[in-house]
Design a protein around this ligand. Sequence first.
Ligand SMILES: C[S@@+](CC[C@H](N)C(=O)[O-])C[C@H]1O[C@@H](n2cnc3c(N)ncnc32)[C@H](O)[C@@H]1O
Length: 233
Amino acid sequence: MPLQHFDPFSEISERMNKEVNPYVLKLSDAARAGTLPVKYGPLLKDLPGNWREQFSQINEASPDPLVLEIGCHLGDALTALGSSFPETRFVGLDITFKRVVTAAERAQTLGLKNVMAAYANAKTLDLLFVDQELSGVILFFPDPWEKKKSQHHNRLLTPEYCSLLHKKVAEGGFFWFKTDSQNYFESALSFMSHAGWKEPEEWPQLCKFEIKTKFEKKFSSEGKPIFEKVWIR
Ligand SMILES: C[S@@+](CC[C@H](N)C(=O)[O-])C[C@H]1O[C@@H](n2cnc3c(N)ncnc32)[C@H](O)[C@@H]1O
């Protein structure tokens, strides 16, 4: 299956009915007016290679880290990390209008200048960031697609995607993964190792941060084990 399902730079209204989902209009209006820290479609086109410049605080002498969270949902991890690591810029991607808008609203309410949300499918990662642009990637509880083995090919973490992540993260950068699916976790261990990712002696400071997202709380309350790992590029 190709990683790029559709053009991430196309206008949303060409794909969605604004009348049906009010968040489509809210997202495009807020992004165009710059009233929320959010990006989508055509506004993403100039960002590959220029993401750091989208944030108001720029440290020219030493570019601040840029961390991507895939599947940021309503911004639980994004805003908690953004508050605790003000020198790091965070971009959260999601494919749901309401979640992207809500994550951006939460960042704005908290006054976080280092957090931005973007409406985009993570499968288009190759188009969204230039090689080695990212300092780290976070993926917490991606859809496990595990009812049947035949669904596994729908998972985000395939051998191809682990190699793509390796290409997009700068040397010394990290990939932080959590899942409730043992099978997904075991596949990831194998795919990441084949893609050249290394196991660190010590986790980066940011990945030691204690954060329980909505889905982690849900799975923990159901008594499910949580599988977690950090790799270094
Ligand atoms: C199971 S939820 C986990 C949410 C959050 N990370 C957490 O731990 O609570 C998966 C999230 O990933 C988003 N998602 C699914 N596929 C995606 C994709 N291809 N690109 C970006 N986001 C995606 C969903 O909309 C949803 O918000």
